[in-house]
Structure formats: C-alpha cells, structure tokens
Design a protein around this ligand. Structure first.
Ligand code: PLP
Length: 383
C-alpha cells in the first residue's frame, strides 16, 4: 500500500535539467538566476519589486525589519498560522498579539480585529505597527476591509502569503500588494512551488525592497547612491545596518523559475482535486473552507473539520491505512513558548474549537482521484 502524504513537491524532468544547467554556470550564488527569478515573480504576481531569500521565515524577518519593526514595536497576527509568522517579529525585538479566526473561512476575523483596534484606541493602549494576515490554505483574507482599517488606525499590512502563490482576490493576484505594504511567499516543498527551501518578499515600495536586499546580506550595500563615504573603487562596500546571510542560491532559483512556469497548471490541478473532495464529502459530517465569489484559493492545503468525531482518533485511523494527515495549525499562542509569554487559549474561543476538530487531508499536484477516493472511503468508514 502506497503511503499518501498530506503534501509534497512535484518535480519534472525539465526542473532537473534546469538545476543541472545552473550547476554548470560560473556563478552558483549571487548570480543572474536569482535576479531572473525575482523578475519572473514580479511579472507573475504584478508587483514592482521582489526580493528572494532562503526561506519565508527569513522573508518575514527582513520585511518586518524593513518596515521598521524592532524594540518597542507591536505586531498583531492571526492565531491560525505557522509559528514563523510571529516568531520573526519577536526575533526583531517586537511584541506580538493575536486575533481569533472567522468560523467559516478560518482566516483572521476582521470583526475581531476591528473590535480589538477600537478597544485599544478607546483605552489608550498601544496600537499595532504592523498587522500580518495569513491567507490560510491559499484562501485570500478580506484584504480590502483590512486595508481600510489600516488607513483608520495607521498600521502597515504584511501578507504572509506562504500558501497563496497563484491565489486571486478581487481580480488581483496575491502578491501584487494592492492592499498591503508587502507580501511573503514560501518555496518549501509542500508549498505551491518549491526551491527546496526559499522565500520571496514582494512590494511596490522601492525603499522597502532595497532595505530587504541589504538585510538579507549582512546589512551591506554597494549601491553608489547609498554610500555614506566616497567610493574607493568597484570593490568598495559599506555595512550600514545589522544583517545576516539569508541569501538563496542560483541553483535553487533555477528550480524556482522552472516550477513557476507551471504555476497555473499547479493551481488548476489543486482546485480540481479540491472540487472533487468537496463532491465526495457532500454527505459526510465534515466541513471545509468557504470560498467567497470574489476570491480564488490556490488550495495549498485541504483542511477539513470533523463535527462529530474525535479528530486525534481519526488521524490515527487514517495513518493505519497509509494516509498521513496533519493539523494546520496548532494556534500559535497555544504553544508552551507563547503560554510562557502570557497568552491563554481561552482568549481565542473560535481557534480553540477549530483546533480540536481540524485536520488537513492529502492534497498535492500528483495526487490522483483514486487516492482521493481511498481517503474519503476511510473518512466515511470512520463515521
Ligand atoms: C511555510 C510557512 C512559513 C515558513 O516558511 P519557510 O519557507 O519554511 O520558512 C511561514 N508562514 C506560513 C503561514 C507557512 O505556511
């Protein structure tokens, strides 16, 4: 019996050729393929700038830093995300806080965000400098409403778009930053396209993009117009901020470029598989995310909720039949590290209910319909 994972990469012969060719090039890092991959992402999502780095975690970190996040700053994000979304802000020295989810979309609740903003303003409490939204499983958040709140309350919007390459909101591609200051994508193997490990920041703000470039490489600049001292020659550079090495290689970007050529196919395939799951599940006691008419999910994940059964037992049972599920996510403030910072699950009642009932069933480009039927037949048997 073939083991079915919850997600995995799809690698073609042309991907393998692209990587082999990159290995024969003179430069295997800091070379032209990194620039080409950045340009291709700009073209695809419709942003002015893109800065590639070695993970989405690094992308979040440099984006926060470039947005001025540091000691004394406050970042709000959603409970239902991977720990990296808030960890990256903590690593900048900021404080973080969380907003509960919407019961239907499992994305950030805009109502709860708005009421928390109103309450903080009324009581004279600190307002967030940045609100980071996550397009959970590839389903875009209510970006227009969040953008309006950002204008009223004066915060910046960062999109953790790790799941959402290829997703669309009101006819605009996620990553074009029409309703945000920057977006960050992940190219981990389970995500929409892969570079092995990798990430990308997109933005329309030139200064923010330049700052991200500087921070991904030791806080060092060679840009003639940015140098504080007269350049001594081509070799001259200046460290102007504190950074580290968060660069991606040309070898990885060759894979990214080759994968990006198939992104529309990937999204279409994932959407067709999701549609089939939904039809197979129609009579079963499970619910899935609701996709509003003004947005198109990229379906990075297929998350469901069981409304009758013990979720943990269900995952164990599926595992016995060679089906690996996962839980996206353990709400970030529920982790021991965050509990020690003073967060309490009871502050997020919708997330508590969600967490007890959610599981992600297998969804990836090379999954086939027979495997989906196998998954659903076991879900059905469990009822
Ligand atoms: C995968 C993921 C990350 C981290 O991505 P890496 O590229 O592995 O660093 C961050 N946020 C979300 C929502 C993710 O799914």
């Amino acid at each position: 019996m073939k083991e079915i994972p919850y997600g995995r990469q799809s690698i073609s012969e042309s991907d393998i050729r692209a990587v082999s060719e990159a290995l024969r090039a003179t430069r295997i890092t800091q070379g032209p393929i990194v620039d080409n991959f950045e340009k291709a992402i700009c073209d695809y999502v419709g942003s002015r700038f893109a800065v590639a780095c070695n993970s989405a975690t690094s992308g979040l970190y440099i984006a926060y830093r470039a947005m001025g996040i540091g000691e004394g700053s406050l970042v709000w994000t959603v409970t239902n995300t991977f720990v990296a979304t808030s960890n990256a802000a903590l690593l900048c020295g900021a404080d973080v806080d969380f907003i509960d989810i919407n019961a239907e979309t499992w994305n950030i609740s805009v109502e709860k965000l708005e009421s928390k903003l109103r309450e903080h303003e009324k009581r004279g409490l600190q307002l967030p400098d940045v609100v980071t939204v996550v397009h959970f499983a590839g389903l875009p958040c209510d970006l227009a409403q969040i953008w309006t709140l950002s204008q009223t309350y004066g915060f910046s919007v960062l999109e953790d778009a790790s799941h959402a390459l290829g997703a669309t909101y009101k006819n605009s591609k996620i990553g074009d930053c029409k309703f945000s200051h920057a977006a960050v994508f992940s190219f981990h193997p389970v995500k929409m396209i892969t570079t092995g490990e990798g990430g990308m920041v997109t933005t329309n703000d030139e200064e923010l993009a330049r700052k991200c470039e500087e921070l991904r490489s030791h806080g060092v600049t060679r840009e003639p117009d940015k140098l504080r001292n007269p350049p001594r020659g081509d070799w001259y550079f200046e460290q102007q901020d504190l950074g580290i090495n968060l660069r991606i290689t040309d070898i990885q970007c060759a894979l990214g470029l080759s994968q990006l050529a198939r992104i529309d196919q990937f999204v279409a395939r994932r959407r067709s598989l999701a549609k089939y799951y939904i039809s197979l599940m129609s009579d079963l006691p499970y619910t899935h995310q609701l996709e509003d008419a003004d947005r198109i999910s990229s379906y990075h994940l297929f998350a469901i909720r069981t409304n009758k059964h013990n979720r943990d037992e269900l995952i164990t049972e599926l595992k016995k039949h060679g089906i690996s599920c996962s839980v996206h996510y353990i709400p970030v403030p529920f982790h021991p590290f965050y509990r020690e910072l003073g967060f309490n699950p009871s502050s997020y009642p919708e997330s508590e209910r969600y967490f007890e009932t959610a599981l992600s069933i297998p969804l990836f480009v090379d999954l086939d319909e027979l495997e989906q039927e196998r998954v659903i037949s076991h879900l059905s048997e469990f009822c």
